[in-house]
Design a protein around this ligand. Structure first.
Ligand code: F6P
Length: 200
């Protein structure tokens, strides 16, 4: 690929309410980001071709809405499935499932939500995406915090042939900011990384 751009979806209604998971739409601030995104991308790549990949969730599709490029949705880019905790705040989870809450803190990478997924599960389901990325030209991925951090790291590491040695324990604690585009440009060994934050 030439470049891979990553962005989380714009701020969602659930982000505002502090709820995890779900399939909410964008907040007014998130919609502003979706409106500003096309100019940021074209300023960056000019008239080079680009394909936009999003998840199947409404907040990523809405974020991609004004981008005039070929678009594809991937189920494997969906947010980590929080199972029975989907739609709850962290306070509510701690109240309802105190043991689970503690276990997650103990081993966040391997903790699997009841009826849902772990970060390890997310890494496994992202593997085909990483493979496909290698065969593509410019790609913009509009996804979620969990899959960005996993796919970005996996991608960078795959270029060093360390794909199977992810620094797993630390990964789930990295925060990816909202309203920021991260651009990776592959180099002979590794990648250059640039970030563009929109003041929204
Ligand atoms: O709050 C946004 C969000 O992407 C949730 O949908 C998701 O479950 C959560 O962040 C993941 O964060 P953590 O794994 O740190 O709890």
């Amino acid at each position: 690929p030439r470049s891979i751009f990553f962005s989380r979806h714009g701020e969602s209604q659930y982000n505002v309410e502090g709820k995890i998971g779900g399939d909410s739409l964008l907040s007014p601030r998130g919609m502003e980001y979706a409106k500003a995104l096309p100019a940021l991308i074209t300023d960056n790549i000019g008239d080079q071709p680009l394909t936009v990949w999003s998840s199947t969730l409404r907040r990523t599709i809405q974020t991609a809405e004004d981008l005039k490029y070929t678009k594809l949705t991937w189920k494997s880019l969906d947010e980590l499935d929080a199972g029975v905790c989907d739609g709850m705040t962290y306070e509510e989870i701690e109240q309802a499932y105190p043991d689970d809450f503690a276990n997650r803190d103990e081993d966040k990478f391997n903790y699997r939500y009841r009826g849902g997924e772990s970060y390890r599960d997310v890494v496994v389901r992202l593997e085909p995406i990483i493979m496909e990325l290698e065969r593509q030209e410019n790609i913009l991925i509009i996804g979620h915090q969990s899959n960005h951090l996993m796919s970005r790291t996996a991608y960078i590491l795959s270029r060093y042939a360390y794909f199977h040695h992810l620094p797993q324990d630390d990964l789930p604690y990295i925060k990816i900011p909202l309203h920021t585009v991260i651009k990776l440009t592959p180099k002979a060994y590794g990648c250059d990384e640039e970030r563009y934050a929109l003041p929204i």
